[in-house]
Ligand binder design. Structure first.
Ligand code: DX5
Ligand code: ZN
Length: 216
């Protein structure tokens, strides 16, 4: 099973975005997580294309884009043009998840679908064959720095079983309240990729923190 850390740039110092992106570029993190919030799907607004392009200019690492926006299909192409290699939208934000996942693949990126804490794994069970990744939200989307919702463990284990049964090879990513305290257990429970914002950028030595999470 893969062990991937995807640091969330939402917790970076935007006054020193270039410095923080290069720090992640030089770290053991394989991916870079980009949180896009529109103030409608979630009660917060983060950033969009210009900021994402600045991050892209400072690193060629795999760009994992998490869209917390309504009508995400309208923007897939622009995010991919701006450097997204994996585009993840929310199941709760679309009417036809299968069509949205297929659209992302047809544009040449990896397809991801995310579920909020209140949405069951069963809501995405039928589209795993077209999903390269499922992102389980372990906090209510909208803000960094929240505590991990313990009910997420069951969702990870259930999804792991489902993916293994179906043999789709879909990756499992988890996002929210992740750090050294739970990283090892999350990998062992079946997660392939862990998103971490405040745990990485709030640490005295972010690069060392990433290694601790990978070795936990
Ligand atoms: C929350 C975002 C997360 C957030 C994680 O809506 O999707 O990616 O940045 O932050 P931490 O790791 O601080 O919980
Ligand atoms: Zn995220």
């Amino acid at each position: 099973m893969a062990r991937i850390i995807s640091p969330s740039m939402l917790s970076a110092d935007f006054g020193h975005l270039d410095r923080d992106t290069r720090l992640m570029h030089d770290s053991a993190a394989e991916w870079i997580h980009i949180d896009v919030m529109d103030g409608v799907f979630v009660p917060n607004i983060s950033f969009g294309f210009p900021v994402m392009k600045a991050i892209r200019a400072a690193t060629d690492k795999f760009m994992d884009v998490h869209l917390m926006i309504v009508e995400p299909e309208r923007y897939f192409e622009r995010f991919i043009d701006a450097g997204a290699q994996l585009v993840t939208f929310h199941q709760e934000a679309v009417n036809d998840p299968r069509a949205a996942l297929e659209q992302i693949r047809s544009l040449g990126a990896k397809s991801g679908i995310s579920i909020k804490p209140g949405t069951p794994v069963s809501a995405i069970a039928d589209v795993l064959d077209v999903a390269d990744l499922v992102l389980i939200m372990s906090v209510e989307p909208g803000f960094g720095g929240q505590s991990f919702i313990e009910g997420s463990w069951d969702k990870v284990r259930q999804l792991r079983r489902l993916i293994d049964e179906k043999g789709t090879g879909t990756l499992i990513e988890i996002d929210g309240g992740v750090g050294v305290h739970n990283a090892g257990e999350l990998f062992r429970a079946g997660c392939d990729a862990l998103v971490a914002g405040s745990a990485v950028f709030g640490a005295p030595d972010p690069k060392a923190e990433i290694i601790k999470m990978l070795e936990a």
